[in-house]
Structure formats: structure tokens, C-alpha cells
Ligand binder design. Structure first.
Ligand code: GCO
Ligand code: MG
Length: 407
């Protein structure tokens, strides 16, 4: 490796990208974006990773992974694992370009024609939710996540302010510009009373076939998660996501005892160890990790192979705070593994797609990473340099009495 650069850009939202150049002039890109903590990853990469990579063999992907993971002594954690992920992706990108093959071919080749994708519908009231679901169907989506406002509460995370008026679903932007997070209000009982009425209406309107998903954003206790899972069973959800914080993996036993609802967990996890109990006890159905936050293609492939022994599938995290490079990496991996389940997908904004030139496609509800050698994404320096880093944070959540809460 001749150079390891860290590129920061904000074409509407912040992205951290690693670009590795080899002595032969080949370049590879990796995504290290950690929403709201971007500068910590950029420093980790610039100050501690780039200097020790220069001069190393770019073809030695597994060895480089172990060198960064074991060599740091301090293991795991989102900053470390996003940094390793970005280097890993860039090395797979280079290997593909050198071989003249798309990365999915290096991972074993296509195991399906394309990746079933789901998008985010949301709204304040049922008619707006219907409109938002319809917009997705018109776009070709064959699976839709449904999020709703809650009567009595103000702005709720996951419900796009623009989407609430029936338009602007591409404006999904969880991090809000500013130097401090905004605060939202939360009431779990009000949410639990309201949510089944929304799914009853959506299922009634769109019929039994459309896969519907929902994200609980870690807001419930295991008992509450079991109750909401049970009350949603009649509406046949594809999955209920992050029903409870899962740092305590064993708490999912309680949820499983209470409901047969398919469960997806893991977007804030960053290593195979976060999944050990969840996978071996079959306490979840879908692995939600992002390639970007879980040590890259090399590590997430290991998690998925482990999960395959327990009939657990992928549902990789893919909001717009994963850059197009991270999205492409997820698509190559998803296309190649046997236990693919579904891929979260939202189109990035036009300014973002001017910085990151993608070659993946979305047609008839299916994503495909394309056949360009490597990951298939190019970085436009001129467009990237036009937008500097600017602070933006996810909101925080408080209960109505002011207590800090998960979201
Ligand atoms: C999802 C997520 C996102 C995250 C966001 C945090 O399911 O897509 O929950 O909305 O909250 O990516 O940065
Ligand atoms: Mg989520």
C-alpha cells in the first residue's frame, strides 16, 4: 500500500471514506461513516491506521484484518470496527479491480438474480402512511418498512418530517445539522396501543402478500417487546426490528417465549461476539449488521456463515448514513451468500451520488451490485471537496417525565 487517505465530505450528510492506493496505481474505496461520530473514526484512521499500513501487501486481506484487530490490543467497538471495515472494503475493491472481477465473484459468485430490497414508508396519519407505501410500490419496491407517528407525541424518530406530509421520502435524514442533538419525547404505552391499529389498516389496504417490516428502535423492555410482537402477529410482519436493546443477548429468550414474531437485530453491533448467544440459541431470525460497522466484508461473511448453521439470514443495515461504498459492499456480499434475507435500501440524494458514482441497480424490487470490477463505486474528488464536514447529530429521546430513553 502506497497511500491511505481519509476523505470527509458532506453532500447533504457526512461521509467518511478511505482510499487506498497501491504501488501499481490501483485504488480501492471503503466506507467508515459512523453517524454523529465521524471525526473520531477519521482520526483513528488518519492517526493510527494509515501510518502502519503504508508499505504492507494490499493483497493480504485476512492478514491485514488480523493485524488491525489483534494488533491494536483494544478490541471491538464501533470506532475500531468501522475503521477496520473501511480498510477491508478498500482491499476487496482493489483485489476485484486487479482480477478484473466484481467482488461478488471473488466471494463465490451470484447465489441469486438480485437482492430483495425494502424501503421506508412513514407518516403522521394513516392516509399519509398509505400514500407513502404507494409511492414505494410505484418505485418498484416489493417490501416496505412502516413507521408511524404516535398520537400525543411530537416528532418521532424514523418518521420523516417531509414524509409525514406524503412526500419527500428521499429526504430521510436521521442526523440533524447542528452542534447538539435535538430532543424528542417518547411514551412506550401510547406507541404500543397505537401500532397494531396502523398495521391492521396497512395490511387491510395492501393485502396479504406485501412483506411489511417495522423498526422498534430499542424502545421496549423484553416483556413489552413480547407483548407488541404478539399483538402484531395477525398482520404477518416480515420482521420486527430492534424490539429491545440487545446488549444483554439473553433477554431475547423472554421475547422468544412470548411471541413467534420474526426478529431482526444488530445494526449497532460490531463483532461476531455480539451475536454469539443470539445465533447459537436462535433468538433472532435476521442479522442486521452493516458491512461498514462490523469489520467489513471479511468479518460479516464470517458472521453470516456462522448464522447459516442456525437458519438465520441477512438483513443488512442500509440507511442513507451508510455511504454508497458501504451499500455496494453489502450488495456484493448479499448476492454471494446462501443465507441472504433482505437488504434495506434508500436511494441516496443526487448530491451524494455526484460524489459517489455508483454502478449498482434497482429494478423490479431487486438490487444488483453490477459487474464492474471491484465494488463498482468511484469517488469524484472535485464534487467531494465542494462539501466540507459539518456537525450533525441523531436526536435523543426522553420519556414524558424527562427521563432519558432509548430510541
Ligand atoms: C434503520 C436504522 C436507522 C438508524 C440510523 C442511525 O433501521 O435504518 O434504525 O434509521 O437509526 O442509521 O445512524
Ligand atoms: Mg433500525
Amino acid at each position: 500500500m502506497e497511500s491511505v487517505e481519509v476523505l470527509l465530505t458532506n453532500p447533504g450528510r457526512n461521509f467518511v471514506t478511505v482510499r487506498i492506493t497501491t504501488s501499481d496505481g490501483a485504488t480501492g474505496l471503503g466506507d467508515a461513516t459512523l453517524n454523529g461520530r465521524e471525526l473520531a473514526v477519521a482520526s483513528y484512521l488518519r492517526d493510527h491506521v494509515a501510518p502502519i499500513l503504508v508499505g504492507r501487501d494490499p493483497s493480504a486481506i485476512e492478514d491485514t484484518w488480523q493485524y488491525l484487530y489483534r494488533g491494536a490490543y483494544w478490541r471491538r467497538g464501533p470506532v475500531t470496527m468501522a475503521s477496520i471495515a473501511a480498510v477491508d472494503m478498500a482491499l476487496w475493491d482493489i483485489k476485484g479491480k486487479v482480477a478484473g472481477l466484481p467482488v461478488y465473484q471473488l466471494l463465490g459468485g451470484a447465489a441469486r438474480r438480485g437482492l430483495l430490497a425494502y424501503g421506508h414508508a412513514s407518516g403522521a396519519e394513516i392516509p399519509q402512511i398509505f400514500d407513502s407505501v404507494r409511492e414505494h410500490l410505484d418505485e418498484g419496491y416489493r417490501a416496505v418498512r412502516v413507521q408511524t407517528a404516535v398520537p400525543g407525541l411530537g416528532q418521532v424518530y424514523g418518521v420523516s418530517a417531509a414524509g409525514a406530509s406524503g412526500s419527500g421520502r428521499y429526504d430521510y435524514e436521521p442526523a440533524r445539522p447542528g452542534t447538539r442533538p435535538t430532543e424528542e419525547q417518547w411514551d412506550t404505552r401510547a406507541y404500543m396501543r397505537h401500532l397494531p391499529t396502523v398495521f391492521e389498516a396497512v395490511r387491510g389496504e395492501f393485502g396479504p402478500e406485501l412483506p411489511l417490516l417495522h423498526d422498534g428502535h430499542h424502545r421496549m423492555t423484553p416483556n413489552q417487546a413480547g407483548q407488541i410482537g404478539r399483538s402484531l402477529e395477525p398482520y404477518d410482519l416480515f420482521w420486527l426490528e430492534d424490539c429491545t436493546p440487545a446488549e444483554n443477548q439473553q433477554s431475547l429468550r423472554r421475547v422468544r417465549d412470548l411471541t413467534s414474531q420474526p426478529l431482526a437485530i444488530g445494526e449497532i453491533f460490531n463483532s461476531i461476539w455480539d451475536y454469539q448467544t443470539l445465533i447459537t440459541e436462535q433468538l433472532i431470525d435476521y442479522v442486521r449488521s452493516a458491512v461498514t460497522h462490523t469489520g467489513g466484508i471479511t468479518h460479516l461473511k464470517k458472521i453470516m456463515d456462522f448464522a447459516s448453521l442456525y437458519q438465520i439470514k441477512s438483513g443488512f443495515h442500509g440507511p442513507t448514513d451508510i455511504s454508497p461504498v458501504g451499500q455496494a459492499a453489502a450488495m456484493h456480499l448479499g448476492l454471494a451468500i446462501h443465507n441472504f434475507g433482505i437488504q434495506e435500501y434508500m436511494r441516496h440524494s443526487d448530491p451524494t451520488l455526484e460524489v459517489f458514482r455508483t454502478s449498482y441497480t434497482f429494478a423490479d424490487g431487486l438490487l444488483h451490485p453490477g459487474d464492474v470490477p471491484g465494488l463498482g463505486v468511484e469517488y469524484d474528488d472535485q464534487a467531494g471537496d465542494a462539501h466540507g464536514y459539518s456537525p450533525a447529530y441523531l436526536p435523543v429521546n426522553r420519556l414524558t417525565d424527562g427521563t432519558m430513553h432509548d430510541w
